[in-house]
Design a protein around this ligand. Structure first.
Ligand code: NAG
Ligand code: NAG
Ligand code: NAG
Ligand code: NAG
Length: 276
């Protein structure tokens, strides 16, 4: 199957003459190793590309608070991007795709050129199956009791837990996702959270129905459940219609690519089995 996903990514990264450096950020409960295959493929297909594969917050520590991760990883990203005045491209995978997006939003002076979000819970997450190995007792319908609490907000998953049947609690407790998605207006809404995205040269959102981690999978493309549990396409949601974080602006300029791909397994597994 999906070597074509890699080709899609490489196409979006490629430039006429030279290849910009690429930063990779891994997903939840994994580490930089899960991105090594894509790293070597980029180096093979685009020789000379400098690839930075972030090693912070691997394994269990990937469950730390999102804002804390953004501030720590942000220091390393700044170190890297300061070296390249012509800009850098960024690929985030799974939770790393949401972190990467916030890393842009929290740093309006960033020089990220193209940002590729691979299966990231951009509109939130409402599924526990990926956590069952670690939290066997965690039930979907009552997880909000844990996540929408002070303690729950210390965890990354709690920060982007978006229970469609408990929206009021989400707005009352969540310290992260409703802010970066501008569902709650703050003094950072325009200058940071929106303008930082609209200055991108290209935003690529990649997701697929067989991803098995992000629920609903359309969250990778900013789609999400409505209050009755029906998944609404991103273009019919306020985040797009009201252009709250700049997706519409990017789309009108031809700078938004939304790709639905099919995977039979989570992306990194698909790579190992399919693209070697
Ligand atoms: C950033 O660069 C400075 C100077 O080279 C170094 O001291 C510091 O450890 C780096 N920080 C990170 C997070 O990479
Ligand atoms: C949310 O916060 C408001 C204002 O503090 C409060 O009146 C309301 O009861 C809270 N809702 C829930 C579901 O906790
Ligand atoms: C934004 O608001 C927070 C409190 O909600 C305040 O601490 C911060 O200084 C404000 N920032 C600016 C730039 O006004
Ligand atoms: C959800 O279902 C209720 C009851 O059927 C209905 O009144 C409401 O309009 C629905 N909401 C949406 C967003 O479709």
């Amino acid at each position: 199957m999906k070597c074509s996903i890699l080709i899609i990514i490489l196409n979006y990264l490629s430039h006429a003459l030279t290849y910009k450096p690429v930063i990779l950020l891994h997903g939840i409960l994994t580490g930089y190793e899960s991105m090594e295959l894509i790293k070597s493929r980029i180096e093979e297909k685009h020789p000379g590309t400098v690839v930075y594969n972030i090693e912070q917050f691997e394994g269990w520590s990937s469950l730390e608070n999102m804002w804390y991760q953004v501030s720590e990883i942000g220091k390393e990203i700044k170190n890297i991007t300061d070296k390249y005045s012509h800009g850098v491209n960024f690929i985030g995978y799974s939770q790393g795709a949401l972190l990467a997006r916030t890393l842009l939003q929290a740093n309006p002076d960033h020089n990220i050129h193209r940002f590729i979000s691979l299966s990231g819970p951009q509109a939130g997450q409402y599924g526990t199956q990926f956590l069952h190995f670690y939290f066997p007792g965690l039930a979907l319908k009552t997880a909000f009791e844990l996540f929408y609490s002070r303690v729950g907000q210390h965890t990354s998953v709690g920060n982007y837990w978006n229970d469609p049947y408990h929206k009021e609690l989400y707005f009352n407790y969540s310290q992260y996702l409703p802010y970066v998605n501008n569902e709650i207006k703050s003094n950072r809404s325009q200058h940071d959270f929106k303008n930082s995205l609209t200055k991108l040269d290209l935003l690529v959102l990649i997701g697929g129905p067989d991803d098995n981690v992000i629920t609903p999978w359309q969250s990778s493309l900013f789609g999400y459940f409505d209050e009755n549990g029906t998944v609404i396409n991103f273009m019919n949601r306020n985040i797009y219609k009201d252009d709250t974080i700049g997706l519409k602006t990017l789309n009108k300029k031809g700078k938004l690519k939304v790709l639905t791909v099919s995977w039979s397994q989570p992306f990194y597994v698909a790579y190992k089995y399919v693209c070697l």
